[in-house]
Design a protein around this ligand. Sequence first.
Ligand code: NAD
Length: 467
Amino acid sequence: MQIAVVGSGYVGLVAAACFAELGHNVLCVDNDPQKLAALQRGEVPIHEKFLPELLARHRDINLTFSGSLSKAVKESSVIFIAVGTPASESGEADLSYVEAVAREIAESLDGYKVIVEKSTVPVYTSEWVRKVMLLTGGPECEFDVVSNPEFLREGTAVTDFLYPDRIVIGADTERAAKILKEIYQPLTSGRYYQSKEAVSEPDGAKIPPPLLLTSAKSAELIKHASNAFLAMKISFINAVASVCEAVDADIEEVAKGIGSDTRIGSRFLQAGVGYGGSCFPKDVAAFRSVARECGYDFTLLNEVMRINEDQRQRFLRKVRTALWTLKGKRLAILGLAFKGGTDDVRESPAISIIQSLLTEKCSIVAYDPAATERAKPLINGAITYAENPYDAVDGADALLILTDWDEFAGLDLERIRKLLRYPIVVDGRNLYRRKEMERHGLMYISVGRPASKLEELASKTQQQLSS
Ligand code: NAD
């Protein structure tokens, strides 16, 4: 199949590489000249596991990059739109990029094409895309608009794409549905998984994945409702964590107890500093807006957002309680990305927490394994960037953990203790156990779990020293 993917960001580039991996001929289009040049030079612009391997395997064979959308339209029978749909000031999705692409596609149509929404868009967008295409290209335009939402997660995007929990195809005509089914056939038939070169299977993969055929409107709603539900799960467990803190219970034990119920499931029940990233915050807000426009006041989502914001404030209060005064304090921050495994810093809780700390006149030394360059333009003030966690911690008044990178869960705690000025660790991701930290003389404050008590820690340390 000849496929065009418009947008070579976190979704478009991964989708293009994975479609090539499934044997299709793919032309990936972007209008950012710098990104395009980097891709054409053979660079990999985002940090994503397995992406460099797939790009190296298919580039210039069945995967090429271009700045010309009209060329891509003419050469392809299916065009995936994977451009950004950021939040507007009022919380609605800004669909101007999608509209611009739809208009350009209509101008170049030279026969029947399937236009696929891969971007996350509100319900009714497929109808708007259809209208824009007809207004631009005229009534003789031959095309179908399909919604094929993407559920990949940054950090595991390639594996998520190739081993999806489900494939949703929202097509209102049989002709378009048949073409989309054919594109995913290497996955749904299981053929891809038999190949020796296939990207390795993750734990719990559904093979072959189910394909759900729906109307375009249902598919659009499935994506928004899924993200809203996941965000709600995170806010729910964070609210329970706050109750745990009030009664000295342990959220890890509580979450395990809740998540062991198969009706609930254990995923997305990790308490922390709240969700961030380019999807959940904007998708929850956009879903609330779209519901309101359709006449339903989805107030549950207001609370999901409020709890998420409150989680950052609670973290800042913990830092203030641990350190007393903040002005002039030097803080080591581990993590800038919105979660581990990615260099994406969009709506990262780490960035907003750092900005608040800088306003309170702290100085910060931050370390992130992949996201530093992307974070730099977003942060102004007394911040420097370290090459490794230990350089960040050297001479700091406290260590704050803000991203769940695997690397941060295996620190040499003895070394950390020696490097810190005050032995304080405030962990917004619950990567450690308090006893382990205290064994190394570190005062440990985390989310939804009892915190170290300084007097107890001091007397334990003195006992250790005298024995
Ligand atoms: P992104 O900002 O990383 O990438 C968008 C790309 O589109 C950019 O490279 C930009 O230059 C390009 N672009 C914009 N207008 C264009 C045009 N007219 N012609 C050609 N290229 C154009 O965004 P992303 O994170 O890949 O997200 C894309 C969509 O996918 C969004 O709707 C998002 O909500 C959705 N989504 C994202 C994720 C995720 O984890 N990032 C997961 C699922 C769905």
